[in-house]
Each structure stands twice: as C-alpha cells, then as structure tokens.
Ligand binder design. Structure first.
Ligand SMILES: N[C@@H](CCC(=O)N[C@@H](CS)C(=O)NCC(=O)O)C(=O)O
Length: 232
C-alpha cells in the first residue's frame, strides 16, 4: 500500500535529511524516490519550483518544497510536537533555524569541509569561526543545560543542524582542523546530535560512499587526505 508521505530525495542532501529526521522523530512511514540532481527528471521540475530537493508529496498529490516549510508542516500535523509551546521560544527556534544557511555557507563550516587546499582551509577557518560563534553564544544564553537545543528533547533546530554537523565531522576526521575546539557548547551539542540515531540514521545505506564521491567531485582536501591514508 502506498504511504501517506512520499519524499523526493537525493542521497547526500542535508536538507532532505532534515525532513527524514523529522519523520523518524515522529514515527512516520514514508516512501522515497531518489533523483539524480545532475539530470533532473521533468516530473520533478514540475513540482519543485527551484529544482531542489526535498519535495514532500502528500496523499492528495500536494507537493511541498523547502525543507523548513516541510518540517513546520509535519510538526503541525503529527505528534509529538518538536517546536516549543512557548511563542517566544518558538520564535527563537525559528530564528536559529533561519541562521542555518549562514552557519553552513555564510561562508561557514561547509567551506571548511570542502576546502580544496591548506590555504583555502585556513581562510575558511577564519570566516567559519565567525559563523559558529553566534551559536556558541546562543547555547550559552538558552536557559537550559541541553543536551539538545531546547533541553532534554529533540527540537526542529536539532533536526536542521544535525545533517550539517554529520557532514562536517566526516570531513573533520581527515582535516583535523579543530574548528569546534574553541566552541565547547557547540561541540557538545554536535556530539549529542551525532549520537542520536534519529539523526545519523536518517541517511540511505550508500550515504558514506556517495558522500566520499561528493568530496572527490568538489576536489576537497579532505578527500585527498583520505585517499592518501587509504593508499598507505
Ligand atoms: N533551501 C532549500 C535548499 C535545498 C537544496 O539546496 N537542495 C540541493 C541538494 S542538497 C538541491 O536540490 N540542489 C539542486 C540544484 O540546486 O540544482 C531547502 O531547505 O529545501
């Protein structure tokens, strides 16, 4: 029987993973279609206005796009609610979720993960620190002891950042940049997210292999270091 939700996906996409995490956290079953983003099918372009995944198709055929809109929709219709009940806290959570593209690409931590050589890595580290610092301050001021963003329970903020920490940590194993060392609260938060199977398990079986290929396609230093280590 067809599931109520159908996710249009691509294997290594962190924004898709965010949708999957929300559905896992809510115990929702769903079908998935993987597409090749380098050869987008026509049917996909018809339902994704900017040609990006994720798209979540509902039982009545409605297609939702944008991972934030999808996460908010799922949180409104399926328990348990991951957004805080308090409107001020909820607004703060939305703001930190909106900060995610700045954190990742601002130029943020993705520029570290995908740096092509030592020189660009050093430059990326400097700018990325400026993107991690506001989060460190937010965690210091959040008024709870974690381990998740809002305290003991997973939130939509955790669902959004988890995929980006997961990818950063894969590259970081090879790069050893130490980016998060100056930010102990962010580091502890990232470790909590990476210890949560709802987050790290929200990728397909071939994720590791495809992510390595992604690093290779980008000419990333992390891939070069990894290949050298494997050859030794
Ligand atoms: N703001 C979008 C970003 C989604 C996004 O960038 N998806 C990438 C894959 S990770 C994509 O589909 N890229 C295809 C393209 O840009 O042509 C969201 O949150 O859903």
């Amino acid at each position: 029987m067809a599931q109520q939700y159908h996710l249009v996906s691509s294997v290594t996409c962190p924004w898709v993973q965010r949708s999957v995490i929300v559905m896992r956290a809510k115990g929702v079953d769903f079908d998935v279609t993987y597409i090749n983003l380098r050869e987008k099918p026509d049917w996909f372009l018809k339902i994704s206005p900017h040609g990006k995944v994720p798209v979540l198709k509902l039982a009545d055929g409605t297609a939702l796009f944008e991972s934030n809109a999808i996460a908010e929709y799922l949180d409104e219709v399926i328990a348990p609610q991951l957004h805080p009940a308090d409107p001020v806290l909820r607004a703060k959570n939305r703001a930190w979720t909106d900060f995610l593209p700045t954190f990742a690409w601002g130029p943020g931590i993705n520029n570290v993960s995908y740096a092509k050589d030592r020189e660009t890595l050093d430059a990326a580290m400097e700018t990325a620190k400026g993107r991690v610092k506001p989060l460190e301050e937010a965690l210091a001021q959040r008024g709870n002891d974690g381990p998740y963003f809002n305290g003991p329970e997973l939130s939509l903020v955790d669902c959004a950042y988890g995929p980006f920490f997961q990818r950063f940590m894969i590259a970081e194993r090879h790069l050893q940049s130490g980016l998060l060392d100056a930010f102990p609260l962010v580091k502890a938060w990232a470790e909590t997210l990476l210890a949560d199977d709802r987050i790290t398990g929200a990728v397909p079986d071939n994720f590791a292999e495809e992510f390595d290929k992604n690093l290779e396609r980008r000419g990333a230093l992390a891939f070069e270091i990894m290949s050298k280590a494997a050859a030794e």
